[in-house]
Design a protein around this ligand. Structure first.
Ligand code: TXA
Ligand code: MG
Length: 312
């Protein structure tokens, strides 16, 4: 049963409690309603994909309550500070180098060394972020493939029964998602959105580079920068062959296990950390146990198939 919370002190306190406990809470921002989870809790983040029925993992935007909190999570360049001063709080997301050991679950950034971060302007969103005291990962609060929600009714129509609560703040003002600027290299427009690219260019005093050709926002799971381990990957392996490192699923002997109890939510939460660990172990040939192809298993298999595909 999804709770519908009123935009008052009690509703905010309940929403923050649910988030801190690993629950999923939809909340209003000035752009669209976000489906929030504690970004430091991998299992909670995995729940976002489960609730949305999303068949692939893409990096999520992490929402913060203050510039100070942002500076703890990412490296703010001079350009980033200038954009933050001009457009935060607001409908601007910046993709910046993540600070090592920032505590963000690797699933939230899909294993990438960068993090998409936003300080929203909506007063309820800000109060919720402050009350929660944690960074909150939040994509739009709609089932995969459906229109982004701009009212609590939209959220419930798509996700009722699948999330803990929705904080009802009425209709969103902007109605389109935030503008995403990549700042890990030359400033680039990664997604057009609520703030015009021209305004950002005027602030930077320089034109934005177009998005990399294969980073289409309609297929974020195909971002070229998506993390893949160095070793080659063999899927649906019942056991390791000589020289292979075995990534298991379920109760079998393995070098590393996505979930020894065979739990898909746990496996999703562990996926990118395991792939990084295989690199750290120096694995050159990786065998992966079969993963059931339902629920979150579809997104896990999608990512593993991409990692196993021949590389350009
Ligand atoms: O307005 C919005 O931005 C809404 C509200 C809820 O804040 N949120 C939203 O989040 O649209 P989401 O998670 O759907 O946006 C994810 C997109 C990815 O598809 C990708 O394009 C970009 O943000 N992104 C996030 N982190 C990234 C990263 N590390 N590198 C590249 N792109 C990233
Ligand atoms: Mg969306």
């Amino acid at each position: 049963m999804t709770e519908r919370l009123s935009p008052d002190e009690a509703g905010l306190a309940r929403a923050a409690d649910l988030l801190r406990g690993g629950g999923l809470v939809a909340f209003p921002t000035e752009t669209v309603y976000g489906l929030g989870a504690d970004a430091t809790n991998g299992t909670a983040v995995a729940g976002i994909y489960e609730a949305k029925g999303r068949p692939s993992f893409n990096p999520l935007i992490v929402h913060v309550a203050s510039l100070t909190q942002a500076a703890e999570l990412v490296e703010l360049s001079a350009e980033a500070e200038r954009l933050a001063a001009a457009f935060w709080p607001g409908a601007l997301t910046m993709v910046l180098p993540a600070r090592p050991g920032n505590g963000i679950a690797s699933l939230a950034s899909a294993g990438l060394p960068s993090l998409g971060i936003r300080l929203p302007a909506h007063s309820l969103a800000r109060q919720l972020l402050e009350a929660t005291g944690r960074p909150v990962a939040a994509p739009s609060a709609n089932p995969s493939g459906r229109v982004s929600p701009t009212t609590a009714e939209h959220v419930l129509a798509g996700l009722s029964g699948k999330i803990a609560a929705v904080l009802d703040g009425g209709a969103c003002d902007v109605g389109v998602e935030s503008t995403i600027i990549g700042l890990t290299g030359a400033p680039a427009l990664l997604r057009a959105g609520g703030i015009p690219a021209e305004a950002i260019e005027a602030c930077l005093g320089a034109p934005l580079a177009p998005p990399p050709a294969n980073a289409s926002p309609t297929s974020p799971g195909q971002l070229a920068s998506h993390y893949a381990p160095t070793g080659t990957i063999r899927l649906d392996a019942e056991a390791a062959r000589p020289g292979e490192t075995f990534l298991g699923f379920g109760p079998s002997a393995a070098d590393l296990n996505l979930s020894s109890s065979g739990d898909l939510t746990e496996a999703a939460a562990n996926l990118f950390a395991c792939l990084h660990q295989l690199d750290a172990m120096g694995a050159t040939r990786i065998a992966v146990a079969p993963i059931p192809d339902h629920g979150l298993g579809r997104a896990i298999n999608d990512r593993l198939r991409r990692a196993a595909a021949p590389r350009p």
